[in-house]
Write a new protein. Structure first.
Length: 279
């Protein structure tokens, strides 16, 4: 039971913080917050993701490239150009590493608007820290595992972030239904996405990239959006945009992203090709 709870907790919190902090904040700036709150959320993300922590800058650049070049040959992680999820994520990992080490420079329009904390990146983004977290996971399993099969879950803790990315980018562009017509192959894989905290509503998100609620129909549920609503009510974050019909108070003057970063993440009214396929 303890192993099951530990795995479920690590999975859920890791993907929630990836969606909340690295995706909706670092890449899209769907909300703003004070410097202390940002540092606290940044540190919490690093501690929870542990051995698979993802640098917000490199994550944001990759994700902006994904929106700009979705399902084309320039897309950094599209199943349309890779034979299987492992090959897709290997190519993504190489590009991510190049951005982390600054060996590769992206187009200037993909830069800016993401949180940077060099001291934290030096601590959590290097191999000694990743190995230390892996050792902690292993010690927990040695202490509480009661069945041999439970050790099959252990490697997933080491690469939790990339596993989430593989599921979202592979399944979200291959399997499911479409609410909108877009220029890419994005799909909504689950109507109630508790597996990836709303990230599997890829079609909804690609059609309306500025909308913080990835659910668009009554039967759809985006858990990360519900967390954002709670944080906004607690005055911990200020939403840059509130979906029509929602009762969450938003700040009137959200922090602006650099124009070059905003240009690759257009708001829904700029997505003329995103036309509802069903009422």
């Amino acid at each position: 039971m303890k192993i099951s709870l530990f795995f479920a907790g690590h999975w859920g919190l890791s993907v929630l913080l990836q969606s909340l902090f690295q995706h909706r904040y670092a890449a899209h700036r769907m909300y703003t917050m004070g410097p202390k709150t940002e540092r606290s959320l940044h540190l919490l993300t690093a501690l929870v993701q542990g051995s698979s922590y993802l640098e917000p800058r490199a994550y944001a650049i990759l994700h902006r490239e994904h929106h700009a070049f979705a399902d084309t040959e320039k897309d950094p992680h599209s199943p349309a150009h890779h034979g299987n999820p492992a090959r897709m994520m290997l190519a993504t990992a190489r590009r991510y590493a190049a951005f982390v080490t600054r060996r590769k420079q992206p187009e200037s329009r993909f830069l800016g608007g993401y949180p940077e904390w060099p001291a934290l990146e030096r601590t959590f983004g290097h191999w000694p820290s990743r190995v230390a977290f892996g050792a902690l996971y292993t010690l927990f399993y040695r202490r509480f595992a009661t069945r041999r099969w439970q050790y099959l879950l252990l490697p997933l803790h080491f690469v939790m972030g990339p596993v989430h990315g593989a599921i979202v980018n592979w399944c979200g562009h291959r399997y499911g239904y479409r609410n909108f017509r877009t220029r890419d192959e994005s799909r909504n894989s689950l109507p109630m996405d508790v597996l990836c905290m709303g990230e599997l509503f890829q079609n909804n998100h690609h059609a309306r990239p500025a909308n913080p609620d990835f659910a668009s129909r009554r039967f759809e549920l985006d858990p990360t959006w519900q967390v954002m609503r709670l944080l906004a009510r607690l005055k911990l974050i200020r939403l840059a945009h509130v979906p029509r019909g929602q009762d969450v108070e938003a700040a009137q003057e959200p922090l602006q992203m650099p124009a070059r970063a905003r240009s690759v993440i257009p708001r829904s009214e700029m997505m003329e090709d995103a036309v509802a396929a069903t009422p």
